[in-house]
Design a protein. Structure first.
Length: 51
């Protein structure tokens, strides 16, 4: 199972400029907005496990 399958709300190639104060930043390979600390822990564990 791929880590992307564990994170259904993950997006690909999101421009970070949409999420920064100065509106700068290129595309992120993966982008995930955690709704709470448990979601963040889950995302980090899935990413680490995938390598």
């Amino acid at each position: 199972m791929d880590f992307l399958d564990k994170l259904p709300n993950i997006k690909k190639n999101v421009f970070l400029a949409q999420h920064t104060t100065f509106k700068i930043g290129g595309p992120a390979k993966y982008f995930y907005e955690a709704k709470n600390s448990e979601d963040l822990v889950k995302a980090v564990k899935a990413a680490k496990k995938s390598g």
